[in-house]
Ligand binder design. Sequence first.
Ligand code: CO
Length: 208
Amino acid sequence: MKIEQVFKNNKHWIEEKLKTNTSFFDDMGKGQSPEMLYIGCSDSRVTAEEVMGLGPGEVFVHRNIANMVISIDLNAMSVVEYAIEHLKVNHVVVCGHYGCGGVKAAMQSADLGLLNPWLRNIRDVYRIHKKELDAITDEEKKYERLVELNVQEQCVNLIKTAAVQKAYRDRNLKVYGWVFDIHTGKLVDLNINFENILKNIMEIYHLD
Ligand code: CO
């Protein structure tokens, strides 16, 4: 990759944007009011806006290895707080993807140094769903299922936050779990039953 090319691309992008809307950058300078928070994997193949056909200003994005929502991760928690409390998004998406290197690494027994504590959260997902996962004999299918279950558990983690619980009560905010299929380009809705999860975990995690 030539870095100079990036600046050439940028120039071209500006021209293209101005061709369709002469006030594109004037409008962008006025502020943002996205309606969605997207939490996805840092994987270079899973670009948030592009796979959803959305443009600048439409989605607030947080990406990390294996799309994790960890309660003591100040970075992720600040994004959640800011998007929900200040930008007032009404849709929060956790999007995983098949072929996720982070999930794959968590399935193997190897010391990965600094990555160990991060990946341990995925191993915890495996432990919670051990019975279901151990019953799957096909390694690839087991891997794909762990990707899905990880998305589900990160949705649960979101629902444990005060920001989500309050916004659900006040304005019916919704949490969605999706998987991006890198083999076909398709976004798959896991149809996470948000309200059911909320009801089930509220006994212990009720904050508001
Ligand atoms: Co990934």
